[in-house]
Ligand binder design. Structure first.
Ligand code: AHR
Length: 511
């Protein structure tokens, strides 16, 4: 009995030690910049993202400008949204842009076959999307239709958007109230062409890419950044084929990866009702992003060692079962502290791979999947995920600071994952920001940090955490989870000492 007790005490002591005293080294910056476009978002004609999310009924009492919701715009401006992807997703490959221009009462309706079979009235189209981007002060990222659209249709859309002069499309644009071109540059050539975008093979897609991309012209002042439809998760053959056949003939190549809590698409798991084991599995699936980016990047490096082609993770986030009682085709889900930990972790992964990952888009901004914002008539709430983007906005366009550390383990049963993930950057004023995520729901982590050659005198911080991983913000309690001041970091000589609480996301500011 005594021996068993001693064994338990040794194990517990070892576990406690393993959770503390992590040595972190933050190194000085090189020329590498964390592109602000890693912090991009995605708005699809899906469920209540556009309609009810961004766009309100005519004569709505919800404050709006030209039917665009002002509360949503203000919230997104606060986190410095850098770009917005539109109109899909799967919707993009069924969207015919000419149905969404001109007088709204004359626009043809269509069936949104991908998302609930609802009628799309096309009241939100090209002009409305670009007006939204103007209001958000963000760059538009338009996904063109390869699956069911023609080369001519895509070519004319680009002409309509970008040509400054006399041409058939520029004339129609002016008749519709817009004389100046918008100068859209981020241009998706199809979406998920291996699936809802046409069920193509990579060989067939790459041939089509070249054809569509050829006629999507660069007009003066608007060179397109053409983005090819890339791999689904670990489909490395797709990336290999695109790199071999298109190479640097594209600005970017996409990767789509969603965190499915159970790993099973037909029973994904609840957004709000999960135990620790289910949480652990979700985080394990989330951390797979690291492996996927590493392996896709290695393939890209073979064909493009100078890293000219961006890896664009333009769909990511947690995808759970829909909220009970909501339309299964609308993909509406709640957002918990767990989802904030997913966001913080994934953004750290992107920052640390910012030599190759130059753009990413969380799916999806409002009322769909891992949303930043949920709306209910005139009410709007900010989700825990929103607060992570608010914390991490300091990394946008900042210089990447390399870091070294060895993470403690978070163990559940016979399985383990890294408990800790971190990224760091230095902004143009010399201020250093370190974002740290502790995935372990029970153990805090103590860190001692060396900052080689970096000058700083003071440290302050902000933290996002809550009592339960399942905690959420609701319309009746909208502020349950929000960022607060963090006092667990201290300067001690030249070292920074941090006490990182369990299940938390912390961003430190060193000046
Ligand atoms: O984000 C929801 C859907 O997921 C997108 O429309 C599609 O591209 C992906 O399969």
């Amino acid at each position: 009995m005594k021996k068993i007790l001693l064994f338990i005490i040794i194990c517990l002591t070892f576990r406690a030690t393993a959770q503390t005293d992590v040595k972190l080294t933050v190194q000085t910056a090189n020329e590498r910049v964390i592109s602000k476009h890693i912090y991009g978002h995605f708005s699809e004609h899906l469920g209540r993202c556009i309609y009810d999310g961004f766009w309100v009924e005519e004569n709505s009492t919800i404050p709006n400008k030209g039917r665009i919701r002002l509360d949503v715009v203000e919230a997104l401006k606060k986190i410095n949204i850098p770009n917005l992807r539109w109109p899909g997703g799967c919707f993009a490959d069924e969207y015919h842009w000419r149905d969404g221009i001109g007088p709204r009462n004359e626009r043809p309706k269509m069936v949104n076959t991908n998302w609930g079979g609802v009628t799309e009235d096309n009241s939100f189209g090209t002009h409305e999307f670009l007006e939204l981007c103007d209001m958000l002060k963000c760059e538009p990222y338009v996904a063109g239709n390869v699956g069911s659209g023609t080369v001519e249709e895509m070519a004319k859309w680009v002409e309509y958007l970008n040509f400054d002069g006399v041409s058939p499309m520029a004339t129609i644009r002016a008749q519709n109230g817009r004389k100046q071109p918008w100068k859209v540059t981020y241009w998706g050539v199809g979406n998920e062409s291996w699936g809802c975008g046409g069920n193509m093979t990579p060989d067939y897609y790459t041939d089509l890419y070249k054809r569509y991309a050829t006629y999507a012209r660069d007009y003066p002042g608007s060179p397109l950044k053409r983005i090819a439809s890339g791999a689904n998760g670990d489909d490395y053959n797709w990336t290999e084929t695109c790199m071999k056949k298109i190479g640097t003939g594209m600005w970017g190549l996409t990767l789509h990866y969603y965190t499915i809590p159970t790993g099973n698409w037909s029973a994904k798991g609840s957004a709000t009702n999960f135990n620790e084991e289910q949480y652990f599995n979700t985080m394990k699936n989330c951390l797979r992003m690291e492996e996927l980016i590493t392996k896709h990047s290695a393939i890209m490096d073979k064909y493009d060692p100078k890293k000219k082609v961006a890896l664009v993770v333009d769909e990511w986030g947690v995808w759970t079962d829909v909220e009970p009682g909501t339309n299964p085709g609308f993909l509406y889900q709640q957002n918990s502290l767990r989802d904030a930990l997913i966001a913080g972790t994934t953004l750290n992964i992107f920052n640390n791979h910012s030599d190759r990952v130059k753009m990413a888009n969380l799916a999806q901004t409002v009322n769909v999947l891992q949303a930043l914002i949920l709306t209910e008539k005139n009410k709007m709430i900010l989700t825990p995920t929103y607060h992570v983007f608010d914390l991490y906005k300091v990394h946008q366009d900042a210089k990447y600071l390399p870091i070294k550390f060895s993470s403690p383990e978070y163990i559940v049963g016979n399985n383990k994952i890294s408990a800790l993930n971190i990224s760091a950057s230095q902004d143009s004023t010399g201020t250093i920001h370190i974002s740290l995520v502790n995935l372990d729901p029970k153990n805090k982590i103590s860190l001692t940090t060396d900052l080689d050659g970096l000058k700083w005198n003071t440290v302050s911080g902000q933290i996002l955490t809550s009592a339960e991983l399942t905690d959420v913000n609701t319309f009746s309690n909208p502020d349950k989870i929000h960022n607060t001041a963090f006092s667990g970091a201290k300067k001690s000589g030249n070292q920074l000492k941090i006490n990182l609480p369990a299940q938390s996301i912390v961003v430190l500011t060193l000046k």
